[in-house]
Structure formats: structure tokens, C-alpha cells
Design a protein around this ligand. Sequence first.
Ligand code: DGL
Length: 273
Amino acid sequence: MTNFNDAIGVFDSGVGGLTCVKEIIRLMPHEDIVYLGDTARVPYGTRSRETIERYARQDIRFMEKHNVKLMIVACGTVSAVMETSPIFSDCHVNCCSGVIIPAADAAAAATKNGRIGVIATQASINSGCYERELKRLMPHCEIFSRACPMFVPLVENGYTQVGCPPAEFFVKEYLSDIKNSGVDTLIMGCTHFPLLEDVVGAFMGSGVTLISPGKVTAAQMYDALKAQNALNSPDHKAKIELYCTDSAELFAQNAGRFLGDSVNAQIIQCTLD
Ligand code: DGL
């Protein structure tokens, strides 16, 4: 049975899932949050399906131990794999969401011309998850996908501003074909990519709607918790715990870039079993 006092759990391969946490804090400021970033093993997006499943099992077990009322799989790569994997069928968290369905819903609602771009990690693109979900929602839509592996290290290293040569170079390299195909909506299907929103937005032009999966998933989960009367009470002071599997100090240095500096969170190093 869901206890409204329990925390919302969010996990990712690293620090990128904090883009989702940021939106949860904005929409649901009274919710406790337990976040896990598997920083010792990031990136997941370049690994085999078997390895991603093995890591995801451990991430889920961690969330189960924290009795969360809702688990959000902020990692686009794990969300992509879980669409067709048995790993979530024996998960003991009541309510669980990946980012694929909310992002596809948002893209289908946003597009006017039925031409949708998808960018993500190699593993997410290989899984075909967005094609399947978008075709289910809009059988006649056209989808233009591209893996953008260099975006993750660019963001990790802070190369995210308009005018920053490496960011501009890789945005042009990866997105030129998608831009030329005339999409009016682009799913930024990886936790890190929303930090490149300004560069990507400037390149694609104002006529293209950018979808941030973490953001739209947080919004869908807000609606779901509200509908179930499962939000914490407005007088509750939220506790935010950010767990990482590598150095807490390194995590803290990077977290500010994703969350902004105003968030008061406890950062704890942990191991997964
Ligand atoms: N969190 C991953 C994702 O959203 C990006 C980083 C990685 O490759 O692990 O796909």
C-alpha cells in the first residue's frame, strides 16, 4: 500500500538524472527524494544489454530497500532496455515509470507535422523504443533517430554554452540530417541532453519543440500522485538524499550544474549489491 510519507525514488547511471529531480523539486517541493546515481559505472549507454540489465537490477534493489512510493527510472538507457526486459516484472516498488512513454506522449501531443526527431545514447537508439511507442500513438508519424554519444562527455565536462566550439561542432555533426528532414519536435532522449538545450535549440530553430524526458516524466508523475492523493502534506519539509557510487566530493562538484546551487541536499557515497 502506498504511504504518502514515503520518498520518491529516482535513479540514473550518473548525475544526469538530476534534471528530473530538479523538476520534481519544482513541482512537488514537499516530497522527500532518494536519488541514486551510479557514478562509479557511468556511462551505461555504450554498454551491452546484458550489462545494463545487471546494473539496473542492482539500482532497483537499492530503491526497494528505501521503501519509495514511486520509482522513476530517469536514465534513458535503462528506460529503453526495460521496455522489453523482464527485470522490472519482479520489482517490489508499487509504482514505477521510465521516461520513454511520458516523452513519447509529450512529443505526439506537440507535433503538428508528424515528423519527430529522437536523439539518445547508442543503446537507447538501438533498442528502437521510441519508434515503437511513437508508432503506437501515431501510426503515420515519421521518426528520425540519431545516437549522440559525444553529448554525454560534453555535458559532464561543462561544454554546454551557445558559442562553445566543441558543443557547436557536435550539435551540427549529429543534428544536421534531423534538421534537414523537417522535424517540428525533437525528443532529447538522454538525461544529459537538456543541458545542451540552448545550443540545440539555437541550431534547430524556434519552430522545433524540444522534449526533455525527465521534465515531462516528473510532470506525469505529479499528476498521478495528485490523482491518488499520494502527495506529502504541504507542511512537510522535504529531505533530499543523493546517493552516488563514486566519490561524494566529485558528485557534489557536478551536481550543481544539473540542480542549480540553491538546492539543499545530503550527498552520500554508497555501494550496490
Ligand atoms: N543516463 C544515460 C541516459 O539517459 C546517459 C549517460 C549514460 O550513458 O549512462 O541514457
